[in-house]
Ligand binder design. Structure first.
Ligand code: NAP
Length: 283
């Protein structure tokens, strides 16, 4: 019987990559994009259904007939856990067979403020009694490589994390894990701590950027409060700036480090090396 897999956040960056990976990994599956704006999903080449986490009454009908629901965590921090609970309740009512949720590394014990919504969502999934697969995603490499032009212009890479190693992976690596987990029922009930194969410090990262850019771009760690102020000066809302500064401080204490290589074993290939990600970002 054809399996129907629905993906929320399908017009987001991770969601788009997950759909591309699902088309390769699960060619026999029927894919459904659950999106706020179906017009934005036209280029995905799959059925798109309107779906807004903040509108509970509208969530159940689009979930009818869905075997596996990939719930990509919201990027809206206004009661994010509540948004996720809305989706879980609707999925249960619609008879969805399994939920694959993109959580955060060490989701049940991470000290990051950012992790609180994920812990609440994991708890809601457990309380729902639904079959779930937890993909506890570490940091995206793109969080570091995404603004290299700015760092090169400023002459330094800045952050709070002074010396703690991090093990990020690219969105494409995490997207492939979604495709693997969603397309095979063997992953039901599993919890995966997902991180990149390669751990590095911010000084290592700055050295790699310097090597490829052909000029020295040092890493300059700064106090958590000063970093939050800097992010605010770039236009980030205060609450988000505080959360990001907290995340980087906790990363310095190991919150984003994992050396289990679970991600590469799940996707059957090494994760994207830092050198490759930096090269792509500088291209
Ligand atoms: N691990 C990390 O380093 C990291 C970094 C950043 C974010 N994240 C988390 O991972 C998620 C996916 O990452 P990403 O890079 O793909 O983020 P993204 O590009 O910002 O995509 C987020 C998606 O969430 C959707 N969304 C937001 N509010 C919604 C609502 N009320 N109802 C339905 N959909 C809603 C957005 O819909 P639209 O397309 O309509 O805007 C978008 O498709 C993020 O949302 C965030 O929770 C993780």
């Amino acid at each position: 019987m054809t399996q129907t897999i629905a993906i929320t956040g399908a017009t987001g960056q991770l969601g788009r990559l997950a759909i591309a990976a699902l088309k390769t990994r699960a060619p026999g599956a029927r894919l459904v994009a659950l999106v706020r704006d179906p017009a934005k999903a036209a280029d995905l080449g799959i059925e798109a259904r309107a779906f807004d986490y903040t509108d509970p009454a509208s969530l159940q009908a689009p979930l009818n007939g869905i075997d596996v629901l990939v719930l990509i965590s919201s990027n809206d921090f206004n009661d994010r856990a509540g948004q996720h609970r809305n989706v879980i309740a609707a999925a249960k009512a619609a008879g969805v067979g399994r939920i694959v949720y993109t959580s955060i590394l060490k989701g049940d014990r991470s000290p990051m403020i950012l992790a609180q919504d994920h812990a609440a969502t994991e708890a809601a999934l457990a309380a729902s009694g639904m079959v779930a697969t937890l993909l506890r995603n570490g940091w995206y490499t793109e969080n570091y490589t995404g603004n290299l032009a700015g760092a090169l212009a400023a002459g330094a890479i800045v952050g709070v994390n002074a010396e703690g190693p991090v093990a990020p992976a690219t969105r494409a690596d995490f997207a492939e894990a979604i495709a693997v987990a969603a397309s095979d029922a063997a992953h039901a009930g599993k919890i995966y701590e997902l991180a990149g194969d390669e751990a590095f410090t911010m000084a290592d990262f700055a050295a790699e950027v310097s090597r490829q850019a052909g000029k020295v771009v040092p890493y300059a760690p700064m106090p958590q409060g000063a970093y939050a102020d800097l992010l605010k000066s770039f236009g980030l809302p205060e609450g988000f700036a505080l959360i990001l500064a907290d995340s980087d401080a906790r990363a310095g204490e190991g919150a984003l480090f994992d050396d289990s290589r679970t991600l590469s074993s799940l996707i059957g290939r090494p994760t994207t090396p830092l050198s490759v990600a930096v090269k792509a970002a500088l291209a």
